[in-house]
Design a protein around this ligand. Structure first.
Ligand code: GLP
Length: 253
């Protein structure tokens, strides 16, 4: 009892208050987070302890918690419990420079890290062949990564690179562009398309946001100096973590 009460206080139950219990409990948890009694990455007391301490049912506690997970204030990891979410640091990215994720983070003093979701080599799909100017018998390396900044998930990226530029996807450690540079095929120009998207449940869970949350979908097709396409990447960046900044100049003829 005391542990939960120390963190969350006691539930104020004025008579005749029509607010549902689970919403009041949510407010209480929110207040504890805002007051710093529960810090980012800290575990929430167990469902049963909260229910006992507040004398409410576990269903009420579960409902309160799932609402806060939806709002992005809490995250749930299977088997290990419920934690206070880390608010992402907003990252501003200029739209006119061709930089890598690793470099973008380094420039902001953030440490980039990666969780591999897949790396394979296979024949180019018809769509990939068209985009990357390949023939259907050419092979491509596909890299699917969940990318983090200071351990906060920021983006899901699927990169496709012809194997003549990247024969072994296992050779990529932290940065794809570092490997391309070392192989003498770092892209120098790219076309990038940005559009809004809503994350599906699976991607949202990986990015630790609510299902359907807003994201920035970015497609990048990048080229070598001689105009050969070297990479096609589709990314979903967390909408609450990214600002893209473009410099506009008045053209005077
Ligand atoms: C950005 C781009 C991707 C590119 C990646 C390379 O995130 N959107 O198109 O593949 O940078 O980053 P890194 O070299 O860190 O793997």
């Amino acid at each position: 009892m005391s542990h939960v009460a120390d963190i969350l206080g006691s539930l104020d139950l004025p008579p005749y208050d029509p607010t549902p219990l689970y919403l009041r409990l949510q407010e209480q948890i929110k207040t504890a987070i805002e007051a710093g009694k529960l810090k980012p990455l800290e575990a929430l007391p167990g469902e049963r302890d909260i229910a006992e301490s507040f004398n409410v049912s576990r269903v009420t506690v579960r409902k309160a918690i799932s609402g806060l997970v939806e709002q992005g204030l809490l995250t749930q990891r299977q088997g290990s419990g419920t934690f206070v979410a880390v608010p992402p640091q907003r990252v501003e990215q200029p739209l006119s420079r061709l930089t890598s994720f690793t470099e973008d983070m380094r420039l902001r003093g953030l440490e980039a890290s990666v969780v591999w979701l897949g790396r394979t080599v296979s024949l180019a799909s018809p769509q990939e062949a068209m985009r990357l100017s390949l023939s259907p018998s050419d092979t491509v390396a596909r890299l699917r990564r969940l990318r983090f900044a200071n351990k906060v998930p920021m983006a899901i990226e699927c990169a496709t690179v012809p194997t003549r530029f990247l024969p072994d996807p296992e050779s990529v450690g932290a940065s794809l562009y570092d490997v391309l540079e070392a192989r003498g095929c770092l892209p120098v120009r790219a076309l990038q398309r940005l559009h809004a998207a809503n994350l599906n449940a699976e991607d949202a869970a990986m990015l630790e946001v609510a299902s359907g949350a807003a994201a920035l979908a970015i497609d990048r097709l990048s080229y070598l100096e001689n105009g050969t396409p070297v990479e096609f990447t589709q990314s979903f960046y967390r909408g609450d973590a990214y600002d893209f900044v473009a410099e506009l100049n008045l053209r005077r003829e």
